[in-house]
Design a protein around this ligand. Structure first.
Ligand SMILES: C[S@@+](CC[C@H](N)C(=O)[O-])C[C@H]1O[C@@H](n2cnc3c(N)ncnc32)[C@H](O)[C@@H]1O
Length: 333
């Protein structure tokens, strides 16, 4: 599978959980604070009847904010939300479901190639979105479907943001799980042995087997190391997930080793998918130089773009870059 296809598969699985945002660990539901108000302000400026596009929408976090503002101000917006992943927000999202109603979701629709006519949209939004696309292809497509006067607002991952710092910490926890302790390998080796001992005599022999004993001791040591790291980490979720999955698989040994090993493999897959998603996120972070290039490309494609600003959550932690632009109005004939 290509990297691109694999990344898409990871997003397919992620959105199936019904999370509203891509930072499900940081927000209990949709975005809050500054990350919400920048969108509320942007949408509030839409003239009535505007067509709004949210790119790389995921389960529609920004489209839902747009819907809320549109309704509360009687803007009669037509909101479209696209993502290259398979998304089914109406089936999977449980929170604020009424805000999904009326949004036109387009699953498996890349931002580089959309089904919309030329000049269709009056406003385009994207949060942690544009930086995942093919830059040139996406800008060319947005320029095609933006109406004269169309406003554009993007929030983009910043190399120095709290989101990236958190991901770095989680990736280092991931390395402890997968590379330093190799706890899933240890658990698998032990559970295979335990599962192979079927008769009472085999079980007794296993209890005295020095190799099995050293396997058990290594697993306990790795589990202690993960527990210690979890207690010290500001973001212990992955460590906790690994420990929970291993404990669950151990309990499942009562139903046979196939069941236990199956659960272990599922847990390992879950952690690997999380780590790969974090790596994608790190790769999407943009530096000041990257931002100069991006703004230059938007300008070249016909948008007037402001200098990107650093966006801070309620004046505190850095959340990303804020990019605002507009297509010039058509010149009067
Ligand atoms: C970090 S998530 C952001 C989702 C949402 N905007 C949010 O803030 O919760 C990035 C999304 O971009 C989507 N994506 C990646 N490449 C894309 C592309 N070329 N076209 C459209 N969507 C894409 C992924 O499937 C994923 O859902």
């Amino acid at each position: 599978m290509t990297d691109h296809r694999a990344a898409q598969e990871r997003w397919n699985r992620y959105w199936e959980h019904g999370f509203v945002t891509s930072c499900s660990g940081a927000f209990s539901g949709n975005y809050e604070g500054t990350l919400k108000t920048v969108w509320e302000r942007f949408v509030a400026e839409c003239p009535p009847g505007s067509r709004v596009l949210d790119i790389c929408t995921g389960n529609g976090a920004i489209a839902m904010i747009a819907n809320q503002i549109g309704r509360s101000r009687d803007l009669d917006l037509e909101i479209h939300a696209i993502d290259s992943a398979t998304i089914r927000p109406l089936a999977t999202v449980q929170q604020d479901r009424d805000l999904l109603e009326g949004i036109h979701f387009h699953s498996e629709t890349p931002a580089e190639s959309t089904p919309f006519p030329d000049g269709f949209f009056h406003a385009i939004t994207g949060q942690y979105a544009f930086e995942y696309t093919d830059e040139a292809g996406c800008i060319a497509e947005l320029a095609r479907i933006a109406a004269p006067g169309c406003r554009l607002q993007l929030v983009i991952h910043h190399t120095g943001s709290i989101v990236i710092e958190t991901s770095r910490e989680e990736l280092s926890n991931g390395a402890l799980i997968m590379e330093e302790t190799r706890i899933f390998d240890l658990a698998e080796a032990l559970m295979a042995r335990v599962g192979a001992a079927r008769t009472a005599a085999e079980k007794q022999a296993l209890a005295r087997d020095p190799e099995a004993e050293s396997c058990r001791a290594a697993l306990n040591k790795a589990a202690e190391s993960l527990s210690r790291a979890a207690a010290a980490s500001p973001h212990p979720e992955l460590l906790q997930l690994a420990l929970d999955r291993i404990a669950g698989a151990y309990r499942a040994l009562g139903s046979g080793s196939a069941e236990a090993l199956g659960q272990l493999a599922t847990g390992r897959g879950e952690i690997q998918a999380n780590l790969a998603r974090l790596q994608d996120l790190m790769a999407a972070a943009r530096s000041p130089d990257d931002m100069n290039r991006i703004v230059g490309r938007f300008e070249k494609a016909g948008f007037r773009a402001q200098t990107p600003k650093e966006l801070r959550h309620d004046g505190g932690p850095l959340m990303g870059w804020l990019v605002q632009g507009q297509r010039p109005e058509a010149a009067a004939a």
